[in-house]
Design a protein around this ligand. Structure first.
Ligand SMILES: N[C@@H](CCC(=O)N[C@@H](CS)C(=O)NCC(=O)O)C(=O)O
Length: 216
């Protein structure tokens, strides 16, 4: 049996962050499919047994169940040493992890979800609000990466795995052409894509619900 079991689906960039980290760290893991479209996250039994917060990803490791992608990645770096940061960069790493969870991942993910993954199209004002939020956080990260190869330090770290999670989905889903709009984010994600083991999200995780993607 694999050392790690990840409750996940391919459309979940938060799940992909963990899958990508484990794969690039060459750690053995197995995916556990999740019924997102069936509303498994709202099931009382699933919440009691797997995650009271009603979210994936959930990582089973060493007999414990972990949730929150940022906390999981920090824990994995601490316990395995893979893609860890030196002590003097730890505060900087946590600063970007919080920015990521609150804004960089969240704005991009929310925009993508409301743009093509809801059952019905949403009001244009909702998309406009989310697009403005996305642009603000992407501009900050693009500027940060103008002079850096990775988000923190000179080597890929768990922070990169957290921040890149939603940035490999097709432009048809995200509505953002990174190469044109955010060239430094685009160059950085290509550096991540060059890591041994890298695969795009839907190839990395083929279990669980396939969410229908609306065309815009
Ligand atoms: N902050 C959490 C966010 C997790 C999250 O939003 N997961 C989504 C899938 S990507 C989910 O399970 N959503 C279920 C829901 O909101 O009901 C993390 O980083 O793990």
């Amino acid at each position: 049996m694999a050392g790690y079991r990840l409750h996940c689906i391919g459309a979940s960039g938060n799940s992909y962050k963990i899958a990508l980290y484990l794969t690039c760290a060459n750690l053995e893991w197995e995916p556990v499919g999740f019924d997102f479209t069936g509303g498994m996250m709202r099931d009382d039994g699933w919440r009691a047994e797997t995650n009271a917060m009603g979210e994936i990803p959930v990582l089973e490791a060493d007999g414990i169940s972990l949730s929150q992608s940022g906390a999981i990645l920090t824990w994995l770096a601490d316990t395995t040493g893979h893609f860890a940061v030196p002590d003097e960069l730890r505060f900087e790493a946590q600063r970007w992890m919080y920015f990521d969870n609150h804004k960089f991942t969240n704005n991009f993910a929310m925009h993508r979800f409301q743009r093509v993954l809801t059952a019905e199209p949403v009001h244009p004002a909702v998309l406009e609000f989310l697009r403005n939020r996305l642009e603000a956080s992407c501009a900050i990260v693009d500027k940060h990466l103008e002079t850096r190869r990775f988000v923190v330090g000179d080597a890929p770290s768990y922070v990169d795995f957290s921040m890149v999670g939603y940035y490999f989905y097709p432009t048809a889903e995200t509505g953002v052409d990174l190469a044109v709009e955010y060239p430094h984010i685009d160059a950085w994600r290509q550096r991540i894509a060059a890591l041994p083991g890298w695969k795009p999200p839907y190839e990395m995780i083929s279990v669980g619900s396939q969410l229908p993607v609306r065309t815009v």
